[in-house]
Design a protein around this ligand. Structure first.
Ligand code: PLP
Length: 445
C-alpha cells in the first residue's frame, strides 16, 4: 500500500522510473508518449542532457544562500533573461522566484496590494477575476479562481473576489456578432464591474492571456486585452497576467501576452519555466510597479525561505537557454500549425466534437453530446477522465478536463506536447488521440 496521499486514494498509479525523449517509462517498462507535458509542464521532454548537466554543475558549485544576505548568479541571470523577453512596456521589471504557480499568484496579489498602499490608495482592496478560471489551490489563489466546484468546500475560508465572464467564443459569441464586437462586449464587463465596485476600491484584475485547464486552451478574441489594458489604465487598476500555464513559449512566444500587443503590470509564470526539471515559479513586476515601491518603502513586503534558490534557478536558466539556443519557439509555432491542421482533419467532422481551439502547442478538443445544440455530456458520465484512462492504457498521456458541472462547457481533452516534438510525433499524438476519443465516444453509443 502506498503511504502517499495521492489525489485518488483508491486507484494505484504506475510508478514512473525514467524518460526517453518525450516518453515516460514506468517500472514495468511500459512507455507513455507525453502529449500534455503532465499539465503543460514538461516542455523539453524527460531526459534533456543540457538541463541535467547544468543542474549537476550548479549542485557542485552552490545550492542555497539565503536571500536575506545574498543573491546568486543563476537567479540573477534568469531574471535578466525574463526581463529581456517580457512584452514591450514592461520596462526595467524585476523578478521574484517561488515554488509553485499558486504561490506566485499569492505573491502577485500581495504585490498589487503593496503597490496601492505605497501609492497612498489604501482603499484599493478588491480583486476582479474571471469565471471560468483556475489560478491555483492555495486559499488566495483559489479565491481568485472562478471554478464553482473547486471553491465550494472552502468557500468560508476564501476572500471575497468578484468575477466577470471569461470570453468563450464557442458558447458566448452571439449569432451575427463580429469578433470585434464580441471582444469589446466581453472586455467592457471589466469596466462595468470596476464602476460598480468604485474604481477607488479596486486593486487588480487577474486573467490568463490564453486560458488553460479551466476552459481548454482558449485564446482571447482579437483586441480584448488591448481594451483591458485601456480600462485598467483609466481606473488605476493593476493587470495581473497569469502565465503559469500559457507562458514560457507554450503559445509560440515567451510571454503569451506579447501576442496581444500589451504588457501586464504583474505576471506570474511557472510550469514551462522549470519544464519539470525543477519546481519553480516566478512573478515579474513591471517597472511602473517597481518604481513606486523603490520611491517609497524600497522593500518587498513578501518573502519565502527558498526564494531565488540557486539550483532551481540554474535549472530554469538551462531550460530557457536550451529553448533559445535551439530556436524551439519556431518549432512550437511550426508544430502548432501542424497540430491544429491535423486535429481538424482528424476530428472536426466528428458529430461529438464541438470545438477545437488553441494556440502554439496548446490545443483542446471540446466534446459535446449534440453538436447542433452544443449540449455537453452529463458530468456524471466522467467522459474526460475515461478518455485519459484509455489513453494511458494505449500508452499516451492526455490532460482531461471535465466540463463545468453546471453544463456551461463540455468535457475537453487538452494537448500540450513538448517544444522538441518532431513532426512525426505530432502525427502520432493526433492519431492516438483521435483513436482514443472515438473509442470512448463509441462506448456511449
Ligand atoms: N495558474 C494557472 C493558470 C494554472 O494552470 C495553475 C495550475 O495548473 C496554477 C495557476 C497553479 O499552479 P500550481 O499548481 O503550480 O500551484
Amino acid at each position: 500500500m502506498s503511504h502517499i496521499l495521492h489525489r485518488d486514494l483508491t486507484t494505484p498509479l504506475p510508478v514512473a522510473v525514467g524518460g526517453q525523449g518525450n516518453t515516460l517509462i514506468d517500472e514495468n517498462g511500459n512507455r507513455f508518449l507525453d502529449a500534455c507535458g503532465g499539465a503543460a509542464v514538461s516542455c523539453l521532454g524527460h531526459d534533456n542532457a543540457f538541463v541535467r548537466e547544468a543542474l549537476k554543475r550548479q549542485i557542485d558549485r552552490l545550492a542555497f544562500a539565503h536571500t536575506g544576505s545574498f543573491t546568486n548568479e543563476p537567479a540573477e541571470q534568469l531574471a535578466d533573461f525574463l526581463v529581456s523577453k517580457a512584452p514591450a512596456g514592461t520596462g526595467e521589471g524585476r523578478v521574484m522566484y517561488l515554488g509553485s504557480g499558486s504561490e506566485a499568484m499569492e505573491a502577485a496579489l500581495k504585490l498589487a496590494r503593496q503597490y496601492h498602499l505605497e501609492n497612498d490608495e489604501p482603499s484599493r482592496t478588491q480583486v476582479i477575476a474571471r469565471a471560468p478560471s483556475y489560478h491555483g489551490n492555495t486559499l488566495g489563489a483559489l479565491a481568485v479562481g472562478g471554478h464553482a466546484g473547486r471553491r465550494a468546500p472552502f468557500a468560508p475560508l476564501l476572500m471575497d473576489v468578484q468575477h466577470i465572464d471569461t470570453p468563450y467564443a464557442y458558447r458566448m459569441q452571439k449569432e451575427g456578432e463580429t469578433e470585434a464586437q464580441f471582444s469589446l462586449r466581453m472586455a467592457n464587463l471589466l469596466e462595468d464591474k470596476i464602476l460598480e465596485l468604485g474604481p477607488q476600491n479596486v486593486a487588480a484584475f487577474v486573467a490568463e492571456p490564453v486560458v488553460g485547464a479551466s476552459l481548454g486552451t482558449q485564446p482571447a478574441p482579437k483586441g480584448y486585452f488591448k481594451r483591458i489594458r485601456e480600462i485598467c489604465n483609466a481606473h488605476g487598476v493593476l493587470y495581473i497576467a497569469d502565465e503559469v500555464m500559457c507562458g514560457m513559449g507554450r503559445t509560440g512566444t515567451y510571454f503569451a501576452l506579447e501576442q496581444e500587443g500589451i504588457h501586464a503590470d504583474i505576471t506570474t509564470m511557472a510550469k514551462g519555466l522549470g519544464a519539470g526539471y525543477q519546481p519553480i515559479a516566478a512573478v515579474l513586476a513591471a517597472q511602473n510597479v517597481i518604481d513606486k515601491i523603490a520611491m517609497n518603502s524600497g522593500r518587498l513586503w513578501n518573502g519565502h525561505t527558498y526564494m531565488s534558490h540557486a539550483i532551481t534557478t540554474a535549472g530554469s536558466l538551462a531550460v530557457l537557454t536550451y529553448i533559445e539556443q535551439n530556436k524551439l519557439l519556431a518549432n512550437v509555432r511550426a508544430r502548432g500549425e501542424q497540430l491544429e491542421l491535423s486535429l481538424m482533419a482528424r476530428l472536426e467532422d466528428h458529430p461529438n466534437v464541438g470545438n477545437i481551439r488553441g494556440r502554439g502547442l496548446f490545443w483542446s478538443v471540446e466534446l459535446v453530446k449534440k453538436r447542433a445544440t452544443k449540449e455537453p455530456f452529463a458530468a456524471s458520465l466522467g467522459l474526460a477522465p475515461k478518455i485519459q484512462r484509455s489513453a494511458m492504457d494505449a500508452g499516451l498521456m492526455l490532460y482531461p478536463a471535465q466540463g463545468c458541472a453546471d453544463g456551461t462547457s463540455g468535457d475537453h481533452v487538452l494537448l500540450a506536447p513538448s517544444y522538441t516534438s518532431p513532426p512525426e510525433e505530432i502525427d502520432e499524438i493526433v492519431r492516438m488521440t483521435g483513436d482514443v476519443i472515438e473509442m470512448e465516444l463509441g462506448k456511449l453509443g
